[in-house]
Design a protein around this ligand. Structure first.
Ligand code: ZN
Length: 296
């Protein structure tokens, strides 16, 4: 199974920054030990691919380091050349994963990505560019037609950027399973939004997921945002889903894709557990589940 990762995913941040960047390193260290994993270094996404989704004005300013203070605050990261490199490679990873998964009728994994809070003309919530939507549009362009894509977004925060970017396009179906009272406080409208109450546990969570999966349309390609932040010890999650519950979630999504004969790209999205090793453990378990699925 192809797994896309680069040391550039570990973005150098100012001391004391609240983002737990170490999780990318910790996840990589676990995943590289898995037999059957083919690690691939992702290329940076091209500007042409970005411009199918983001405005030329925003892409230009993001690349040149012209985001103002307010924009950087909303993004949650200070601008740096490393931020640009990381973001371009992360989008590139999801894009390459999509092409590979579709061609081989299999599953591919990006050890970063899932940057679903990025809009056409702005970034927020640690998301500079929207990797899954850029990848979906690039895949359609390569195909020469608008093959249908489903986004299964299980990060605990609503995929607001993805929802906004895909609105009015029937070929891109957005499903977001997220905390009702969590960030973003202004929600966009996905094709399917299922909202969870604070402290929601495994059973309710998985039941909602099952309901969501049963409402998805037929498609040719799926993106799964396997956020680790619904976890009960996540600092930003507000839910009470256990590690075992999250693994059952992964299996449900994988099984759904198998039954629908749906090629799948998995991205990691959010995870802010205390300690951060828990996030790495949850996401490594997701990769392991995908590996078992791909080799069956
Ligand atoms: Zn999140």
């Amino acid at each position: 199974m192809r797994v896309y990762s680069t040391p550039l995913f570990v973005l150098p941040l100012p001391t004391g920054h609240r983002f737990p960047m170490a999780r990318y390193q910790l996840l990589y260290q676990r995943v590289r030990e898995f037999p059957g994993v083919e690690l691939v270094l992702p290329e940076p996404v091209s500007q042409a691919d970005l411009l199918r989704v983001h405005t030329a004005e925003y892409v230009g300013r993001a690349l040149r380091g012209e985001l103002d203070k307010m924009e950087q605050r909303r993004l949650g990261f200070p601008w740096s050349p490393e931020l640009v490199q990381r973001s371009l490679r992360s989008v590139g990873a999801t894009l390459a994963g999509a092409a590979w998964a579709f061609e081989q009728r299999t599953v591919a994994v990006n050890l970063a990505g899932g940057t679903h809070h990025a809009f056409a003309d702005r970034g927020e919530g640690f998301c500079l560019f929207n990797d899954c939507v850029v990848a979906a549009r690039a895949w359609q362009a390569g195909l020469g037609r608008k093959g249908r894509v489903v986004f299964i977004d299980c990060d605990v925060h609503q995929g607001n950027g993805t929802a906004a970017l895909c609105q009015g396009d029937d070929s891109l179906f957005t499903f977001s399973l997220h905390g009702r009272h969590n960030y973003p406080f202004h929600k966009e409208v996905s094709d399917l939004d299922l909202e969870l109450s604070d402290a929601c546990g495994d059973e309710e969570y998985l039941q909602m997921l099952g309901s969501g999966l049963s409402q998805l349309p037929r498609a040719e390609l799926a993106f799964y945002l396997a956020g680790a932040d619904p976890y009960e010890k996540d600092r930003l999650g507000r839910l009470k889903v256990s590690k075992a519950g999250l693994l059952r979630r992964d299996h449900m999504v994988l099984e759904f894709c198998r039954r629908a004969d749906l090629p799948l790209v998995i991205t990691m999205a959010g995870g802010y557990a205390e300690p951060i090793e828990d996030t790495a453990e949850i996401q490594a378990a997701t990769v392991r589940a995908a590996l078992d699925y791909s080799s069956r």
